[in-house]
Design a protein around this ligand. Structure first.
Ligand code: ZN
Length: 429
């Protein structure tokens, strides 16, 4: 095999993962016991995937192996599209309590946090996630843009990154909070007030590389009359200006919205995706279906933080676990576009983000629906359905494999044995 200087760089830096890089125009053939292609309802048995350079050339059963092709025989393994997680924080390392969060912003430099983010990105890739929508840096400014550049240039291994930089919230609504007014402490977001201030902040984030705009629609969650309510952060005028400016600049908007008030405000403002959404009720679910708004439920993080936050004085987080289970079941039945999104980083990157799948199935999805939420549906949320989320001719050669059958046991996706991104093999067990 002819190895280009670029390939040597990747091989050296990806060690001990031994990225196997084929020359640009070379052909690689994957043999899969079965293929779940990300779109079709049934798997294909004994599939062959022909990869040319960074893209898939041909897919099907019984295809001939072209002359000179490198063959990777995955035996009886099940191949799938590379997984997509549409809600992560590579620059965060767990956030159960305010103390966990504040420590990272107060005691870790952005340089150190960016180094940890490279480890998180590598972890995600080796767990089978070949694309992430990373929903804000939590005080680490534009370090997500730098990480994306480093991955794209082959400096460090990682998923394809769609980044939102600093996120937005008005004065006094987002950590760090509670410190003496004499101290200047870091902000976990970009603070912006007023319609003009919000527009200027959106422009600045786009200028420095934001692919998406993220904002915090609400905070302070509480129950009233059986509904999960919340305090809305921005005025209607501010939120509409934020969404309008983002859309004018060709960027979509992700809204953190947990209580019914925050979700309703975000939908009224025109947000494209609702993050968390624990307080979704029938009326809001119907509105999301009519408007085609996507939902990233982030179930596992809610379960992960509930006990610790209850002990720290916020028992509402335990109630929210039950509410989200109910909302999820309803949303599946009513046909909301549900994308896989985990909030990884909100829990430590030592937890495999694929644990989310088991909750989605337990809460009402079929295993195939859960897989599609992290492949074709997630790619559509990103507007990347022509390139990502399916093992089809013309798509990027982002392919993973598991030894067992994820349709029989969805937790197989927690044990990914093979990872290819853009025709480059990063993991092969
Ligand atoms: Zn988040």
């Amino acid at each position: 095999m002819k190895i280009s200087p670029f390939a040597l760089v990747i091989s050296a830096l990806a060690a001990p993962f031994q990225a196997e890089v084929a020359p640009a125009a070379s052909l690689t053939v994957l043999r899969c016991g079965r293929l779940i292609d990300g779109r079709r309802a049934v798997p294909v048995e004994n599939a062959v995937v022909v990869v040319e350079g960074e893209r898939i050339k041909e897919v099907g059963p019984g295809l001939a192996v072209p002359d000179g092709a490198r063959v990777i025989d995955l035996g009886r393994a099940t191949c799938l599209p590379g997984l997509i997680d549409n809600h992560t924080h590579v620059l965060l390392q767990g956030d159960v309590t305010a103390a966990d969060y504040d420590e990272q912003l107060l005691k870790e430099s952005i340089a150190y946090r960016a180094i940890r983010a490279t480890a998180a990105a590598r972890t995600a890739l080796l767990n089978g996630f070949t694309a992430l929508r990373d929903l804000e840096t939590e005080g680490a400014m534009y370090a997500d843009v730098d990480l994306k550049t480093a991955v794209n240039r082959g400096v460090v291994p990682g998923p394809r990154l769609f980044v939102s930089t600093r996120a937005l919230a008005p004065t006094g609504t987002y950590p760090l909070l509670g410190y003496s007014w004499e101290l200047k402490v870091p902000e976990g977001v970009q603070i912006a007030d007023g319609a003009d201030g919000v527009r200027r902040a959106v422009r600045e984030q786009v200028k420095y590389g934001a692919d998406w705009i993220k904002y915090y629609s609400d905070r302070r969650y509480f129950m009233r009359d059986g509904a999960l309510r919340s305090w809305v952060n921005f005025t209607g005028e501010e939120a509409r200006a934020l969404v309008d400016e983002a859309h004018r600049l060709g960027r979509k908007v992700a809204a953190h919205a947990i209580g019914r008030d925050g979700i309703e405000a975000a939908l009224r403002a025109g947000a494209d995706t609702i993050e968390h959404g624990d307080g979704l009720d029938d009326e809001l679910i119907d509105l999301m279906v009519r408007r085609g708004v996507y939902w990233c439920p982030t179930i596992f993080v809610g379960v992960y933080v509930a006990e610790g936050r209850a002990v720290a004085g916020a028992p509402i987080w335990k109630t929210m676990v039950d509410l989200e289970r109910q909302a999820f079941g309803k949303a599946v039945r009513k046909g909301v576009k549900i994308s896989f999104g985990t909030d990884a980083g909100g829990y430590p990157w030592t937890e495999n983000q694929a644990r989310e799948f088991a909750f989605m199935v337990r809460y009402g999805m079929t295993p195939m629906q859960a897989i599609q939420s992290a492949t074709s549906v997630a790619a559509a949320l990103l507007g990347q359905e022509a390139d990502l989320g399916a093992v089809e001719a013309g798509h990027f050669a982002d392919v993973i494999a598991v030894k067992g059958d994820p349709l029989a046991d969805i937790t197989e996706l927690e044990r990914v044995s093979f990872v290819m991104k853009g025709g480059v093999v990063y993991k092969r067990e």
